[in-house]
Design a binder for this molecule. Structure first.
Ligand SMILES: *[C@@H]1O[C@H](CO)[C@@H](O)[C@H](O)[C@H]1NC(C)=O
Ligand SMILES: *[C@@H]1O[C@H](CO)[C@@H](O)[C@H](O)[C@H]1NC(C)=O
Ligand SMILES: *[C@@H]1O[C@H](CO)[C@@H](O)[C@H](O)[C@H]1NC(C)=O
Ligand SMILES: *[C@@H]1O[C@H](CO)[C@@H](O)[C@H](O)[C@H]1NC(C)=O
Ligand SMILES: *[C@@H]1O[C@H](CO)[C@@H](O)[C@H](O)[C@H]1NC(C)=O
Length: 357
C-alpha cells in the first residue's frame, strides 16, 4: 500500500525534517519489524487480529490512549527515538495523511504486529499483517518519492545517515515451534537467517547503512509459553532457538559489513538482556517476571489483554504486559541498554556510537 497522498506531503515533511536536524542525531529513523516495534500500523489493516488499539493497552500512554502499541504505554521504538533526539517515534507509514504529516517528520514506522521474516508468518493467525519483505517495499516507495524530490545524491546521503531499527523473528520461531514441523531445527534456523540476509541486502541496496538490530528475546519465558510448562518454568527449546538465532545473526552481520562498504551496525542481544532481568529481577526494580500484568487465568496469560481482563496496578514492576509483550518499563530498559549498553548486550558498538559514526 502506498501513501495515497503522494508526493506533495513528502515535500512538506522534508521541510520539517530539516528543522528537526538541529537536535536529532540522525536525519530520520525507519522502523521495521513486528509487534515489539509496531506503533499502530495494524490499526490500518482491516480485519487484522493482531491489534492493540483497545484498553487496557495504552493505559499509561498520555490520556490512557490505546494507540495500537502492544504495551501499557510506549515501546522500544519510542524510547529509542527519544534517545536519538526526536520528540516522538515515527508514525506508521500507513497512517500518513495531510494532517499527520504536517505535524512532524522523523522517518516512518513500517512495523506490523504478527509479522515475520517469512512472508507466510502470521498470516493465518492474524488474518492480516505486513511481512518484512513488504515493509521494505513500502520503504522503497518512500525512497523513490525522496529521490523525485531531492535527487539521487541528496537522497543517498539522507538514507545512509538514517537509522534503520529492526525487531523481528520471534513470530517465525513461534510458528515453527507450534506447527510440529518436520523440518529439523538447524535447517529451519538456517533458512530463517538466509531470509534475513536477503531482506537486509535489499535494504542495503536501497542505501541503508546504519542498522540497529535487536535479536530475539527468551520467548520461551513469556507468560503464554510458561503455561505449557508444568513447573511454570520457561520452554527451553524456544529459548535455545532464540539464542542460536542471535549467534547466526552475529555471523551474518559480520559478513555483511565486509560486503557492503560503509555499513555500520549494532546488534542487540535481546536474549542476554532479558534473561539477565529474569534471573535477577530486583536489580532492575522488577518484582514480577513470570505473570502478565493484563490478562486472565493462570499467570494472567490464558487470554489476551482486553477491557474485561485483570490489570495489575504496579505496572512498572512487571516484566510482561500481556501474554507475550513486555511492559513499558521493560521496553524502556531495552532501549536504554541498546543505546548505552556494553558489549555483553550490544555489539560491536552500541546505538549511541552508531548514531555518531
Ligand atoms: C490523519 O491522521 C491522524 C492520525 O494518524 C488522524 O487522527 C486524522 O483523523 C487523519 N485525518 C484524515 C483526514 O484522515
Ligand atoms: C511515490 O512512490 C510511490 C511508489 O513508488 C509512487 O506510486 C508514487 O507515484 C510516488 N510519488 C511521486 C510523486 O513520485
Ligand atoms: C502439535 O503437537 C501438540 C502435541 O502433540 C498438539 O497439541 C498440537 O495440536 C500440534 N499442533 C499442530 C499445529 O499440529
Ligand atoms: C520447564 O521448566 C523447568 C524449570 O522450572 C525446566 O527445567 C524444564 O526444562 C522446562 N520444560 C520444558 C519443556 O522446557
Ligand atoms: C531502581 O529504583 C531505585 C529507586 O527508585 C533507583 O534509584 C534505581 O536507579 C533503579 N534501578 C534501576 C536499574 O532502574
Amino acid at each position: 500500500m502506498a501513501n495515497k497522498w503522494g508526493f506533495p506531503l513528502v515535500l512538506l515533511s522534508l521541510v520539517i525534517a530539516v528543522l528537526n536536524l538541529a537536535e536529532a542525531a540522525v536525519p530520520a529513523i525507519f522502523i521495521l519489524g513486528d509487534s515489539t516495534a509496531d506503533v499502530g500500523t495494524n490499526n490500518f489493516l482491516p480485519g487484522s487480529m493482531a491489534r492493540a488499539d483497545f484498553p487496557y493497552n495504552g493505559i499509561d500512554f498520555p490520556n490512557s490512549t490505546p494507540t495500537g502499541r502492544f504495551s501499557n504505554g510506549l515501546n522500544t521504538a519510542d524510547f529509542l527515538a527519544k534517545l536519538f533526539g526526536f520528540e516522538k517515534s515515527p508514525k506508521p507509514f500507513l497512517s500518513l495523511n495531510s494532517t499527520s504529516l504536517l505535524k512532524w517528520f522523523g522517518g516512518f514506522s513500517f512495523a506490523s504486529g504478527g509479522s515475520g521474516l517469512f512472508d507466510t508468518t502470521g498470516q493465518r493467525m492474524t488474518k492480516s499483517c505486513i511481512p518484512l519483505a513488504e515493509q521494505i517495499q513500502q520503504f522503497s516507495s518512500v525512497r523513490s518519492n525522496l529521490t523525485a524530490l531531492m535527487g539521487p545524491v541528496a537522497t543517498e546521503t539522507y538514507i545512509s545517515k538514517s537509522l534503520f531499527f529492526i525487531s523481528i523473528g520471534s513470530n517465525d520461531i513461534f510458528e515453527y515451534y507450534g506447527s510440529n514441523s518436520s523440518i529439523p531445527k538447524e535447517q529451519f534456523l538456517s533458512s530463517l537467517v538466509v531470509a534475513y540476509e536477503n531482506h537486509l541486502k535489499t535494504l542495503l541496496n536501497l542505501g541503508a547503512r546504519k542498522l540497529g538490530i535487536i535479536s530475539i528475546a527468551p520467548i520461551g519465558c513469556c507468560p503464554a509459553q510458561r503455561l505449557f510448562n508444568a513447573t511454570g518454568g520457561c520452554i527451553e527449546e524456544l529459548n535455545d532457538h532464540a539464542k542460536a538465532f542471535h549467534s547466526k545473526l552475529d555471523v551474518l552481520m559480520n559478513k555483511l559489513s565486509a560486503e557492503f562498504q560503509g555499513l555500520k551496525y549494532s546488534l542487540g542481544n535481546a536474549f542476554e538482556m532479558t534473561i539477565n532481568v529474569i534471573q535477577n529481577p530486583l536489580a532492575f526494580n522488577f518484582t514480577q517476571v513470570e505473570a502478565a500484568c493484563c490478562g486472565t487465568g493462570k499467570l494472567n496469560a490464558e487470554n489476551f489483554c482486553k477491557p474485561d481482563a485483570n490489570l495489575c496496578s504496579n505496572r512498572d514492576q512487571y516484566l510482561f504486559w500481556d501474554q507475550v509483550h513486555p511492559t513499558q518499563a521493560a521496553y524502556k530498559l531495552a532501549a536504554v541498554t541498546l543505546y548505552g549498553g556494553g558489549p555483553q548486550f550490544v555489539t560491536p558498538i552500541n546505538f549511541a556510537q552508531l548514531a555518531k559514526v
